[in-house]
Design a protein around this ligand. Structure first.
Ligand code: ZN
Length: 374
């Protein structure tokens, strides 16, 4: 998928054009500045279609309050899940770690970011330390106090994510030596053992967590567009029901932060793929007119002799990945009222979240995790 233009590039292009026109003695009349769209400042939803809508959570996250001395990781939780004292869950953000490589602006000592993925630019030591901080913050967040040594009994399990529909079940025996040397390839996990903590790495893709509150079973899924197309969430819940005997009324799900329909432009081929799989595919896509500051200021430069509707200045296609996953959870039998969405766009909120799209690929990874307290 092509990388989006950055607002910096747009500004530079606009300044170049301005200078060129000034050179020719052409000074532009005072122009009302276009309001920046969500996220990158160049994309805005078509107002007439009632699309100007910042995602609002139907389940507002409850961030943990860090102390002033040690800010610690900011973890988002599902308020409806905090009553289960045996359950550990949370969605990380950028803040509260030791990484500085992706940090914009001035680096303050002791105020790093929480990159939780082994990326090329960050050091392994930083990521390992960040993961420790993340697990400690998760365990400390529920009603139950962290007992000494409890963090050591928790094993954070991560997959080699491949944008597939593959769902694994963790082994029954979870201790420090039982984990596979190489992470399993796949995009979904199911666990029943106390101490298992399932993690999904994302930087725009949608993390989906599912819990069977009666049997104390947890599951985590990674849903980018390919995984969503492969019905990772629907298949995962299907396995819970078929193999573990989960009853739909005992299941609850959470959809974490990911790129929103405001910022996720995709190609026509993605719409065609979805149309071949889902009868409701049309409801997942919207045509959005991107605001281009250069086209706004110098529209005459873009006049073409083509018939209306035949130029390449048309709307772009945006996909609502979170909604696609919500539909799958509904189809799998989970009640609407038990599907909780944070509705936070990682690209709009790139100062709070790592966003692959908004940061042109140079970014860290967040973790969404769910587990059973040891
Ligand atoms: Zn957005």
């Amino acid at each position: 998928m092509p990388a989006k233009k950055s607002p910096q590039t747009d500004r530079a292009r606009l300044q170049e054009l301005d200078a060129l026109f000034r050179l020719g003695g052409l000074v532009h009349s005072p122009h009302k500045k276009a309001a920046p769209g969500p996220g990158n400042g160049i994309s805005a939803r078509k107002k007439s279609a009632g699309m100007v809508k910042q995602p609002q959570g139907d389940s507002m996250p409850a961030p943990k309050k860090p102390s002033k001395q040690n800010p610690g990781p900011e973890i988002l939780c599902i308020p409806q899940w905090t009553k289960y004292s045996w359950l550990v869950h949370g969605f990380s953000t950028r803040s509260g770690g030791v990484s500085t490589v992706y940090q914009p602006g001035v680096r303050k000592p002791g105020c790093g970011e929480l990159n939780l993925g082994f990326t090329a630019a960050d050091s392994r030591d930083n990521v390992e330390r960040n993961r420790e901080l993340f697990v400690q913050a998760l365990l400390g967040g529920a009603a139950q106090k962290v007992r000494p040594g409890q963090a050591k009994k928790v094993q954070l399990r991560l997959l080699r994510q491949i944008h597939s529909g593959l769902v694994h079940r963790t082994s029954r025996c979870v201790n420090e030596n039982s984990g596979p040397a190489e992470p399993l390839r796949g995009d979904g996990w199911i666990a029943t053992e106390p101490g298992a903590l399932l993690g999904i790495q994302t930087a725009d893709c949608i993390p989906v967590l599912v819990v069977d509150v009666r049997q104390r079973i947890v599951a985590a899924f990674h849903a980018g567009w390919r995984g969503t197309l492969a019905r990772i969430a629907e298949r995962g819940v299907g396995r819970l029901r078929a193999e573990f005997g989960s009853r739909p009324r005992d299941l609850t799900a959470a959809i974490g932060p990911g790129i929103g329909p405001c910022c996720y432009s995709v190609g026509e081929e993605v719409r065609m793929e979805f149309a071949s799989q889902f009868c409701y595919a049309d409801t997942l896509f919207e045509e959005v007119f991107d605001l281009d500051p250069i086209k706004e200021k110098y529209p005459m430069l873009f006049l073409t002799a083509r018939a209306p509707g035949h130029s390449n200045l048309g709307p772009s296609l945006h996909l609502n990945l979170a909604e696609a996953n919500r539909r799958q959870l509904l189809d799998a039998g989970i009640a609407q009222t038990k599907i909780h969405r944070l509705n936070l766009c990682t690209a709009c909120g790139k100062n709070r979240f790592f966003s692959h799209r908004a940061e042109q690929g140079f970014t860290g990874r967040m973790l969404s995790a769910v587990g059973i307290r040891p």
